[in-house]
Ligand binder design. Structure first.
Ligand SMILES: NC(=O)c1ccc[n+]([C@@H]2O[C@H](COP(=O)([O-])OP(=O)(O)OC[C@H]3O[C@@H](n4cnc5c(N)ncnc54)[C@H](OP(=O)(O)O)[C@@H]3O)[C@@H](O)[C@H]2O)c1
Length: 232
C-alpha cells in the first residue's frame, strides 16, 4: 500500500514514518512535510520525502508524489503548546484547512482506484464538535475556540467521506497526552495518556486494515496499538 504521512517531521509523524517503513504491508511511504524527512530505517527505497512549501496550493511535483495513495495519516497541526507563537488565524489554517485540502487533493489524485482512500485526521481528546459538547472547564478557558476549531475540522473530514459515494473513508483519532516510555509522563486532569509507539501502531493498523469506527478515542487507539505491537 502507498501511505502518505502528513507531518512526517513531527513528534507523532516521525514514529509513524519509522513504523511504516518497517511494516511489510506498506510498500511506499510518502513523507509529506515542510522540511526534509530523514531516512530513519534501513529500507530507504520505501521512503519518499516530499517537501511542500504551500499546503493550500500543491505544486505539480507534490501532486505527482501524492497520486494514487491508498491511505493517509494527517498529523499536521499547531498544537496547544505552540498557540502562543502562531497567530490564531494561521493556526486554524494549518490545523484544519490544510487537512481538508489534503483529503480533497488525495481523493482527486486517484486514478483507477482499487478501493476507497482511507484518511485519518489526528485530532485530540479535548476537541469538540459543538459548543454543547464542551466540558465545563473549557467553556471559559482560553482554549475554547481552538477546541471547537479542531472539532470543526473533524466534522469536515468525516463529512467529506460521507459525501464521496464510497470513494473515501475517513476516521478521526483523538489521543490524550502522548508519552515516550522512560520519560516523565505528562499530566493534565481529565486527559488520558497513551504511549507514542502504541498510538502510531494503532493508527497504522487502521490505515492498513480499515477503520473499526469513524472516531477513535484514546482507549481505542491504545487497545488497537497494543494488539498490533503484540503481533509483531
Ligand atoms: N503530542 C501530543 O501529546 C498530542 C496529544 C493529542 C493530540 N495530538 C495531535 O497529534 C498531532 C501531531 O502532534 P505532534 O505532537 O506530533 O505535533 P508536532 O511535533 O508539533 O508536529 C506537528 C506537525 O505539523 C507540522 N506543521 C506545523 N506548522 C506547520 C506549518 N505552518 N506548515 C506545515 N507544517 C506545519 C510540523 O512541521 P515541523 O516538524 O516542520 O514543525 C509537524 O510535522 C496534532 O494534531 C496534535 O494536535 C498530539
Amino acid at each position: 500500500m502507498k501511505l502518505v504521512i502528513g507531518g512526517s517531521s513531527g513528534f507523532l509523524g516521525t514514529e509513524l514514518t519509522r513504523q511504516a517503513l518497517l511494516n511489510p504491508a506498506v510498500t511506499s511511504v510518502v513523507a509529506l512535510s515542510r522540511r526534509e524527512t530523514p531516512d530513519i530505517a534501513s529500507d530507504s527505497s520505501k521512503l519518499h520525502s516530499v517537501v511542500c512549501d504551500d499546503f493550500e496550493n500543491y505544486s505539480d511535483s507534490v501532486k505527482a508524489a501524492l497520486e494514487n495513495a491508498d491511505a493517509c495519516i494527517w498529523t499536521i497541526a499547531v498544537t496547544p503548546s505552540k498557540l502562543q507563537i502562531v497567530p490564531y488565524e494561521e493556526a486554524c489554517k494549518i490545523s484544519r484547512d490544510y487537512a481538508v485540502k489534503a483529503i480533497q487533493a488525495l481523493a482527486e489524485l486517484r486514478k483507477d482506484p482499487k478501493g476507497p482512500l482511507r484518511f485519518i485526521y489526528i485530532s485530540g481528546h479535548m476537541s469538540f464538535r459543538s459548543p454543547g459538547e464542551l466540558p465545563e472547564i473549557l467553556k471559559t478557558h482560553g482554549l475554547r475556540d481552538y477546541a471547537l476549531m479542531r472539532g470543526d475540522a473533524e466534522v469536515q473530514i468525516l463529512k467529506y467521506a460521507e459525501q464521496s459515494n464510497g470513494a473515501v473513508e475517513s476516521c478521526v483519532a483523538k489521543p490524550g497526552l502522548i508519552d515516550v516510555p522512560g520519560q516523565e509522563r505528562k499530566s493534565i486532569p481529565g486527559v488520558p495518556n497513551i504511549y507514542l509507539s502504541e498510538a502510531a501502531a494503532g493508527l497504522l493498523d487502521q490505515a492498513i486494515n480499515g477503520f473499526e469506527k469513524d472516531t477513535l478515542g484514546n482507549d481505542d487507539m491504545a487497545r488497537i496499538g497494543q494488539k498490533a505491537l503484540a503481533k509483531q
